[in-house]
Design a protein around this ligand. Structure first.
Ligand code: AMP
Length: 591
């Protein structure tokens, strides 16, 4: 499909309630698979689609089917078969979102290993869509707990995966339970002959859709991918922005909402950037592009549509923050750099489930995309030092420094210290808010395990001792706290015996401490305002949720009976001095 012929969502005759959600989630235009699948699926035609995950396939079938659904009829009308539990959950979640404004709509994910009685209860209550793995769906069909007599459409998703996992016979059996007069759509990333056989047998005059990808070469652009792992994409992007020599940068995200959101987040981190999306007035869009051209703006966060045809020579980097939904979009995106004979760099963020799209892109561009490691703490330190030196040189060259030279001479003779010491102190002051050496948290490279995995959120975080409960306190490793400080503060101020203080886990920004469950409100209230290492404890029962990926426990320690508390760092009743206050680090624009 050519760029010009892409229809708008509003041209596709979707239900107004569904269109409203599309607006809300910020999808700008239908992806190629959506543009081609929605009309036949709305018309009730069978469909055979070759498309992979990441192409917008879920919406391609969900939007038309939901548009045709009868929400008043409390019986399964849509059945989606998926090879895995993860996909079932994902599809069910997406459907529920797209049906947000369809009153009374319910979707049920059904998969093995899940509580059967809960599923039965929900099935009895009446659901309009069921998304599940073949095994468990068959169980329900055989028991008679799932009835398909009112079914109007079956979707077979990732059919080639079903084949690989040995589910294809089950799929056929399930189809035997569905009414003859139904619509069937089959999606598959590849079309092995067994999948085609199923399609031939069960689909009637299907429309065939294949998202073709042109092969293209993009020689002047060096391409890299970063496998999203351990760090948030935003943190990874921040590091790249800090370490790379960037002239102009174009960052691609999938939705209009995300353009604004990411531009704001980057702004909060000190990187001035602007959003570019189809919702913006033409004049504002043009102004933004003009600013990018003339260098008054370096970073633009855009959707594919808004960046179509963008020709700005100084774009040195394209970041695919969200992976594109087809290879053509990728080629178009990265083609925004390497213009006018210049070199360009393209970086693609790839989540584990998006690896297939990466392989497809490599095939299309006929170029390997190299895996990249994120810049290390040392890389960033070096870059900051380099910029710092440049600033010094610039000031020396361009400013009249006589007044300051005299001031330094005066200081030297008054205080009897060398120039080196004075210069070092001034350098310290200059970088204090944004240290040349990023703090240690920055150095935390890819982390496999995050602390919440140990017990899972919302599980109460009980220790093995039933009498204990986990509390969160807002002092952590970055504040220099030691377990002994915590024991000292809690036992003294909370009037607790140190043997009542259980496991302590220190994280970067906060800590978890196990205390008796029956702590009085009065004690808790008192503990809230206790200062440790210049931070108030602000104690609260731990909910198990963690924000930020840079946090991890560094110590596990149980304080045994009568173990002496170490009170260093804890000053009873001493308020934090105003200068001790940690200032939120503001980054200046570096690109
Ligand atoms: P899927 O291929 O169904 O797994 O979808 C991949 C991702 O694309 C999901 O995160 C969707 O929210 C997103 N998506 C689907 N359709 C669109 C669209 N038209 N515009 C932007 N993002 C979309």
């Amino acid at each position: 499909m050519t760029e010009e012929s892409v229809p708008a969502f509003s041209d596709l005759s979707l239900h107004p309630a569904v269109l409203k959600v599309i607006q809300e989630v910020g999808y700008e235009t239908p992806t190629p698979i959506q543009a081609q699948s929605i009309p036949p699926l709305l018309a009730g035609t069978d469909l055979l689609g070759q498309a992979q995950t990441g192409t917008g396939k879920t919406a391609a079938f969900s939007l038309p089917l939901l548009s045709r659904l009868n929400p008043k009829l409390k019986a399964p009308q849509i059945l989606v078969l998926t090879p895995t539990r993860e996909l079932a959950l994902q599809v069910a979640e997406a459907m529920q979102t797209y049906a947000r404004h369809l009153k009374g709509f319910q979707v049920l994910p059904v998969y093995g290993g899940q509580n059967m009685s809960q599923q039965l209860r929900q099935l009895r209550r009446g659901v309009q869509a069921v998304v599940g793995t073949p095994g468990r769906i068959q169980d329900h069909l055989n028991r008679g707990t799932l009835k398909l007599d009112k079914l109007s459409c079956v979707i077979i998703d990732e059919a080639d995966e079903m084949l690989k996992m040995g589910f294809i016979d089950d799929v056929e059996k399930i189809l035997g339970f569905a009414p003859q007069e139904r619509q069937t759509a089959l999606f598959s990333a590849t079309m092995p002959k067994e999948v085609l056989q199923v399609a031939r047998k069960h689909l009637r005059d299907p429309v065939e859709i294949r998202i073709k990808s042109k092969t293209s070469t993009v020689e002047k652009i060096s391409q890299f991918f970063w496998q999203v792992k351990g760090l948030h994409k935003l943190d990874a992007l921040t590091r790249i922005l800090e370490a790379e020599e960037i002239d102009g940068m174009l960052i691609f995200v999938r939705t209009k909402v995300a353009t604004v959101d990411l531009a704001e987040k980057l702004g909060a981190r000190g990187f001035s950037s602007a959003a570019l999306n189809g919702d913006m007035a033409q004049m504002l869009r043009e102004k933004t592009i003009e600013r990018l051209k003339d260098g008054s703006l370096d970073i633009v966060v855009a959707t594919d549509v808004a960046a179509r045809g963008l020709d700005v020579k100084r774009i040195s980097h394209v970041i695919n923050y969200d992976i594109p939904y087809d290879t053509e979009a990728y080629i178009h995106r990265i083609g925004r750099t390497g213009r006018a004979g210049r070199e360009g760099k393209a970086i693609l963020f790839v989540a584990p489930r998006e690896k297939r799209m990466l392989a497809a892109i490599e095939r299309t561009t006929r170029q390997p995309i190299k895996a990249m490691a994120l810049p290390s703490r040392k890389d960033i330190t070096n870059r900051r030092i380099g910029l710092f030196k440049e600033q010094i040189a610039q000031a020396m060259e361009s400013q009249d420094l006589e007044f300051f030279e005299e001031l330094i001479d005066e200081y030297q003779s008054e205080y009897d210290v060398g120039h080196r010491k004075i210069a070092a102190s001034l350098a310290y002051l200059l970088q204090k808010e944004r240290p040349l050496q990023p703090d240690e948290r920055f150095a935390e490279e890819i982390r496999e395990e995050r602390p919440e995995r140990e017990t899972g959120p919302g599980r109460g975080r009980k220790t093995s001792d039933e009498q204990m409960q986990t509390y969160r306190i807002e002092v952590g490793r970055v504040h220099g706290v030691e377990p002994g400080n915590i024991v000292g503060a809690i036992s003294n101020e909370g009037n607790l015996n140190s043997r009542d203080i259980g496991r302590i886990r220190l994280f970067d920004q906060f800590s978890l401490v196990d205390l008796p469950k029956n702590l009085s409100q009065e004690k808790l209230h008192k503990l809230k305002t206790v200062w440790v290492c210049d931070e108030q404890l602000q104690i609260s029962p731990d909910s198990g949720s963690r924000s930020g990926s840079l946090e991890r426990p560094i110590k596990r320690r149980t304080f045994g009976r009568g173990k002496a508390a170490d009170n260093r760092g804890y000053k009873p009743g001493v308020k934090k001095a105003p200068f001790g206050k940690r200032v939120a680090k503001k980054r200046e624009k570096t690109t």
